[in-house]
Design a protein around this ligand. Structure first.
Ligand SMILES: CCCCCCCCCCCCC/C=C/[C@@H](O)[C@H](COP(=O)(O)O)NC(=O)CCCCCCCCCCCCCCC
Ligand SMILES: Nc1ncnc2c1ncn2[C@@H]1O[C@H](COP(=O)(O)OP(=O)(O)O)[C@@H](O)[C@H]1O
Ligand SMILES: [Ca+2]
Length: 525
């Protein structure tokens, strides 16, 4: 569809008759809108008070329709814009409206019925207002019907997803932060496994993919999953990605302790620095999103390091590497290739045999932070994220090990998350692309080998109370997408594209496009 602003005529396919159009009054621009980015088409009561219609007004009764469409603004922000077309010929007007509505009906990936969960206490406690004022009117414009649940307690959404008939919905929307998303994801993935008779406690189980997409309306404190998959944390942009029916597959890591399922993770699984920030920040929830800066500063000063062992299997199926500077973008080639490669491997060998045969690499040491990320973890605090070249759907995670170093060096490392410098270019930082890993802390190793020393434990407690001491005897906790895990010894496995989001990944900037995509391919070859 090609929309020309007044006074140019509008043409579509072979139509020779003309209609006049009005786009964003006062804005004399041409606008090319793919059908896939039209939000709705409405018959319009023509308002005679509208300006700039000149002699048309005097001639006859005018007939009009309005096309609501996605307008792409800067920094990946989407807005809803409208163009009104008018003419004197009622039949012509109806033909256009009908034709456009039929084209919209043919967009099969668009959701018609959604289940919405709102966390009224996430972030700055604006979830309900954001949904009602910014999102619900757009869903109604796009004729999407919704069942809305405002949660009353933690785990309300997750438990509810085990009870409702989820199969009647085209998607589930969560209004909140990463924690709220995590809850909805656990509900959906858990429900899929339950309905398929898969035991989540088996770390080696082949999990069933979840085809019911999740949409995230950001209203939390970090909103890293939304930012890393859309390019911005903006409720209207996310609502529009849901309306046009975008689909972005996502890797999910399963986390087990012995043979007990603990949690799934899609963004950050962090021990040490990010685990300690989370634990401290939970007590300061009343501070809102600021709690992370407060606890971040405190944790930075405490400078605790932790001793432990990591064993991992490198992700050999994927062409990318964490330091190749090839970012995951819409339609990512590396994600597609990796998915194919994994599927072929699994067909040939079967999952168990292949994993059993491959070597494990083992690293022992003292670490300030151990971070495993399934995606870049870009967020407003760090627009390039913890691992800028991590991929959303390549079946791997980036394992970042930050060894014991000085406070000054750790600060230099943190600052590089906010500028263009390479945060992996330090002798005390290592990064690996992995498909699974295990971690055991020194403390639990000692406990397991029955050399538990009560004195040591007490000493650990004592040191925690004295921030100047960096003693490593106590355990940290794992931060799993913003939730703490009970166990420090864990076993993690990445499940390639286990679920799908209403998103399309981050789109290349026009300026970027030619240069970047070509150099990505060149680098690969
Ligand atoms: C000196 C400045 C350094 C800035 C470094 C910023 C790195 C930020 C990376 C953030 C990665 C976030 C990964 C996502 C985690 C979320 O899943 C998860 C849950 O989100 P939700 O509450 O929305 O449900 N969020 C979190 O765990 C919070 C992570 C908090 C990151 C804040 C870090 C602030 C660090 C400040 C250090 C200050 C040092 C100052 C020294 C003078
Ligand atoms: N009604 C509720 N009352 C209390 N906690 C809730 C409620 N609804 C959801 N939660 C929990 O709140 C936690 C944080 O929510 P989230 O939306 O991620 O906000 P934030 O980004 O501020 O952490 C989640 O773990 C979720 O389970
Ligand atoms: Ca990944």
């Amino acid at each position: 569809l090609i929309l020309h602003s007044s006074p140019l005529p509008l043409y579509c396919c072979k139509t020779v008759r003309k209609m006049k159009c009005r786009i964003n009054p006062g804005n004399n621009e041409n606008c090319f809108v793919p059908i896939s980015e039209i939000i709705a088409v409405e018959e319009t009561e023509f308002n005679k008070k509208q300006r700039n219609i000149g002699r048309w007004q005097k001639m006859a009764k005018l007939h009009a329709f309005t096309v609501h469409y996605v307008k792409k603004a800067r920094n990946h922000r989407w807005r809803c814009s409208a163009a009104t077309f008018w003419c004197v010929d009622e039949h012509l007007c109806n033909q256009w409206t009908q034709a456009l509505k039929e084209l919209l009906e043919m967009q099969k990936s668009r959701p018609k019925q959604l289940l919405v969960y709102i966390n009224p206490f996430g972030g700055k406690r604006q979830g309900k207002r954001i949904y009602e004022q910014k999102v619900a009117p757009l869903f109604s414009l796009a004729s999407i019907s919704t069942d809305v649940v405002v949660t009353e307690h933690a785990n309300h959404a997750k438990d509810n997803l085990f009870e409702v008939n989820i199969y009647k919905y085209d998607g589930v929307v969560c209004v909140g932060g990463d924690g709220m998303f995590s809850e909805v994801m656990h509900g959906l993935i858990g429900r899929m496994q339950k309905d398929s008779g898969i035991d989540q406690n088996n770390p080696k189980a082949s999990l069933v993919q979840c085809n019911i997409r999740i949409g995230i309306i950001p209203a939390g404190s970090t909103d890293c999953i939304c930012y890393s998959t859309v390019g911005i944390s903006d409720p209207v942009t996310s609502a529009l990605h849901i309306i046009v029916g975008d689909c972005q597959p996502l890797d999910v890591s399963s986390v087990h302790h012995n043979d007990t399922f603990l949690k799934y993770s899609v963004s950050l699984l962090g021990y040490g620095f990010y685990g300690d920030i989370l634990k401290d920040s939970e007590k300061k929830r009343w501070m809102g999103p600021m709690r992370y800066d407060y606890s971040g500063f405190k944790t930075f000063l405490s400078h605790h390091y932790y001793e432990g062992t990591i064993a991992y299997q490198p992700a050999k199926h994927t062409h990318g590497s964490p330091r190749d500077k090839v970012s995951c973008r819409t339609g990512c080639y590396i994600c597609k290739q990796s998915e194919k490669q994994l599927a072929e491997q699994n067909k040939e060998h079967g999952l168990k045999k292949e994993e059993g045969e491959e070597e494990w690499k083992v690293i022992k040491g003292k670490f300030l932070a151990i971070n495993a990320v399934n995606m870049s973890c870009a967020c407003p605090r760090s627009p390039k994220g913890l691992s800028p070249a991590a991929h959303l759907a390549d079946g791997s995670a980036d394992l970042i090990l930050v060894r014991k170093c000085s406070r000054f060096d750790f600060l230099r490392y943190l600052v590089r998350h906010t500028n263009q410098d390479d945060q992996f270019d330090f002798p005390f930082v290592d990064v690996y692309r992995v498909k699974c890993f295990q971690f055991t802390s020194k403390l639990s190793e000692d406990n397991e080998s029955n050399v538990m020393d009560v004195g040591k434990k007490r000493f650990g407690q004592f040191c925690r109370d004295h921030p100047a001491c960096c003693c490593n005897i106590v355990n940290s906790t794992w931060n799993c997408d913003g939730e703490t895990l009970d166990s420090s010894a864990i076993e993690v496995r990445v499940h390639c594209q286990l679920m799908k989001l209403f998103a399309r990944g981050i789109e290349e900037d026009c300026k970027d496009e030619a240069g970047h995509s070509q150099s990505s391919i060149e680098q690969l070859l």
